[in-house]
Design a protein around this ligand. Structure first.
Ligand code: P6P
Length: 328
């Protein structure tokens, strides 16, 4: 496809205002900031071995996890780009214990895991930037409590997946839109205006290293996935990359279920509600899938802490029905 035929973000938003909430101009401005920041991340990740950006930064985040150099680099890019965009009042980031106030006149709140799965960069496995946007209901100085919103209140949610190609996936609640990064001239171009996830699939994604500490019902579901057909062939296939965005994106396109439940290492679940599970759950639902924290809809949770964790079940509608049927 010649570059002059590519549909870029500006054109897609301007030609489809009804897909972009009641303020498409604001949404475009935020998306352009995400494009700017993720371009910087893309260019750095692709040369990581040649730059001093691999490995640990020598500090821990609020979760007590070792921060990677690329986490800090990605975080800085998003903060800078969103500051310039002017519409963001404050950011809640996995990399910062407290919220970052940007602009008291900003109409929106931005939550992000700027580079999820970053420890995979050193071994060349796909990673992702995850983002979630809420419209403010008050004005003036932002407080942390303003982020205590229901997941279903998000007005923009999505991720950038840095894989064999770099792609931007987002929704404003009117379908899931996919854009592919074109390195020349460093823009995202429309790939699919409306992604739908298969209702069925055979991929199950769970870290079975946790098996012996899982709830009995989840153990029983894993055993169900290992059952063989009458002809002796497998019924399911296991795929788990240890990179949420990559695992979710594959399952969304091919059909599958991803589970990160409560474990002995993570009694509340490992994944964070505000900037990992909420945005990906909104994408899943908009693509025709389901996302829960057990038997209940994930987006119905009202956050109470910007870094709170939650068990996470997400995937194809019918696979999720079967998985949830095993939960007590
Ligand atoms: P475990 C990456 O650190 C991450 O936050 C997600 O991207 C991924 O799904 C999960 O943790 C993997 O965790 O315990 O299986 O290594």
């Amino acid at each position: 496809m010649k570059s002059e035929n590519l549909v870029l973000l500006n054109q897609f938003v301007e030609e489809n205002p009804s897909l972009h909430s009641e303020n498409p101009v604001d949404i475009l401005s935020i998306l352009k900031a995400i494009e700017k920041a993720s371009t910087k991340v893309h260019n750095t990740i692709n040369r990581a071995g040649l730059l001093d950006v691999l490995g640990a930064a020598g500090s821990e985040n609020i979760q007590g996890e070792e921060v990677q150099k690329m986490d800090l680099f990605a975080n800085d890019q998003f903060i800078e780009a969103l500051k310039d965009c002017g519409h963001i009042a404050a950011i809640a980031s996995e990399e910062n214990d407290e919220i970052i106030s940007l602009n008291t006149t900003g109409e929106y709140l931005f939550a992000t895991d700027p580079l999820d799965g970053s420890s995979n960069i050193d071994v060349n496995i796909s990673v992702g930037s995850i983002f979630s946007v809420f419209k403010r209901t008050v004005t003036g100085e932002v407080t942390t409590e303003e982020f205590n919103r229901f997941g279903y209140e998000q007005i923009l949610a999505g991720y950038v997946l840095y894989g064999t190609s770099t792609i931007l996936i987002y929704t404003c609640g009117h379908g899931v839109h996919s854009f592919t990064f074109d390195p020349k001239p460093e823009v995202f171009a429309l790939a699919n205006p409306a992604i739908q996830t298969p209702e069925n699939g055979n991929i199950y994604s769970i870290n079975e290293g946790n098996y012996n500490s899982l709830d009995k019902g989840i153990q029983n579901y894993v055993t169900y996935c290992k059952a063989l057909k009458e002809n002796g062939k497998r019924t399911h296939t296991a795929r788990f990359m240890g990179s949420l965005v990559a695992d979710f994106h594959r399952n969304m396109l091919k059909g599958g279920v991803f589970i990160y439940p409560a474990t002995a290492d993570a009694p509340e679940g490992k994944l964070r509600l505000l900037y990992e599970c909420n945005p990906i759950a909104m994408i899943a639902e908009q693509a025709g899938g389901t996302a829960t924290w057990g038997t209940e809809r994930l987006l119905n949770i009202k956050a109470s802490d910007i870094h709170q964790r939650t068990p996470f079940f997400i995937g194809s509608k019918n696979m999720m029905k079967k998985a949830i049927s095993f939960l007590s």
